[in-house]
Design a protein around this ligand. Structure first.
Ligand SMILES: C=CC1=C(C)c2cc3[nH]c(cc4nc(cc5[nH]c(cc1n2)c(C)c5CCC(=O)O)C(CCC(=O)O)=C4C)c(C)c3C=C
Ligand SMILES: [Fe+2]
Ligand SMILES: [Fe+2]
Length: 340
């Protein structure tokens, strides 16, 4: 049997909460042409001249509020997940990040040094859904580093698993106790947003995505790369599993940046309007994130609560991400081993 290694890849965080490190991280992140998809010089001006100088101090202050003794929650949680996956899969397991550290290059070097007999590395992106700014950039970057290094092992990539039973079951199981515990008026599935342009760009026909109100429900091969379709499917499958009725849940998109048209509705708008629509007790789930991070711990948990309560909400509860919970560990291992 070929010697197989697991490589988990996640987004990455700044090395510390200093403005300098946050600036370096934001520059690397936002200069990615799959994130800010404008020609190089325009992107350079926009990112280095406008976005990063203003955003770095503000983001650094936010990171300070979530930072742990061991570092960024996203990084710490990814390493905790790797440790459990290693144990359950009984396979050597490594971690790399798309931005900042640890880099794919450092992970490959470690794999070669510690397992010179490795024949296959299975890359598991910690993104259930395909977006050019998340799954695609992470996978392409790791592939590029692997190709340049001419490593003595194959690279196998796990496809987006937004509709895979193991992911859906783990997600539903993480939400179930909250549903049982309290009477919520509504469950909000808040996903990271992307510009609509990114959806058009990944529709190879140019004829399907965002052309009709129900495009994401009309069967099409373009859904292999349609983020909106994939998040809608995750929501439908989890809602079915939890027995949620049609009007007791909805989808929104968070973390908008810039003035382009992003997927809607925006989470912040929904939170501000829910109480006036009669939703006073709200449960929020963030399935695009499998590890808790700035976008869940600060934007959803803290800012989101403020928005909802100031608008007249009574009860605001957030479901933790899958992180390194046992159902999720089992699901990851099954998807890697191809048992699902
Ligand atoms: C879940 C998938 C993600 C998609 C899709 C995504 C798209 C996307 N993000 C930005 C800009 C920023 N995102 C930031 C943080 C951040 N984003 C994701 C995931 C996705 N982003 C995560 C998990 C995190 C948290 C990282 C952490 O360290 O905890 C940030 C940095 C923080 C901040 O300043 O707000 C930026 C900037 C864009 C522009 C984009 C799509 C085009
Ligand atoms: Fe993001
Ligand atoms: Fe679509």
């Amino acid at each position: 049997m070929a010697k197989r290694i697991i490589l988990l890849t996640n987004l990455g965080s700044p090395d510390s909460t200093s403005v300098k490190d946050v600036r370096r991280y934001l520059n690397e992140f936002l200069m990615d042409e799959r994130v800010i998809d404008v020609p190089y010089l325009g992107r350079l001006l926009l990112v280095r001249g406008i976005i990063t100088p203003f955003r770095a101090p503000k983001s650094a202050a936010k990171y300070k509020t979530i930072w742990t003794g061991e570092g960024s929650p996203l990084i710490v949680i990814t390493h905790q997940l790797a440790e459990k996956v290693r144990e359950v899969a009984q396979m050597p397991t490594y971690v790399c990040m798309r931005y900042a550290h640890p880099t794919p290059l450092s992970a490959f070097k470690k794999i070669v040094a510690e397992h010179p007999d490795a024949e296959e590395v299975v890359l598991f992106p910690l993104y259930p859904h395909y977006a050019m700014s998340s799954y695609e950039t992470a996978v392409e970057y790791v592939k590029e580093v692997w190709q340049k290094g001419r490593y003595p092992f194959e690279l196998k990539i796990v496809e987006p698993y937004y509709d895979q039973p193991d992911y859906i079951e783990a997600l539903a199981a993480s939400i179930q106790p909250f549903i049982e515990e309290k009477k919520y008026d509504h469950v909000l599935f808040s996903y990271h947003g992307v510009p609509e342009r990114h959806i058009f760009k990944r529709d190879p026909t140019g004829q399907h995505c965002l052309k009709t109100a129900d495009c994401c429900q009309v069967k099409s091969p373009v859904h292999a790369t349609c983020y909106r379709h994939q998040v809608m499917e995750t929501t439908r499958l989890v809602a079915d599993k939890l027995g949620l009725t049609r009007h007791s849940f909805s989808v929104s998109f968070q973390s908008r940046l810039g003035t382009d048209k992003w997927l809607s509705p925006a989470t912040s708008d929904e939170l501000a309007q829910f109480p006036a629509r009669g939703v006073k007790n709200l449960l929020v789930v963030s399935p695009a994130f499998v590890s808790d991070c700035l976008e869940t711990l600060e934007e959803i948990h803290v800012e989101g609560r403020e928005t909802f309560m100031e608008a007249g909400g009574t009860l605001y509860t957030t479901v933790p991400c899958l992180n390194s919970n046992d159902d999720w560990v089992e699901a990851v291992v099954k998807m890697i081993k191809g048992d699902s």
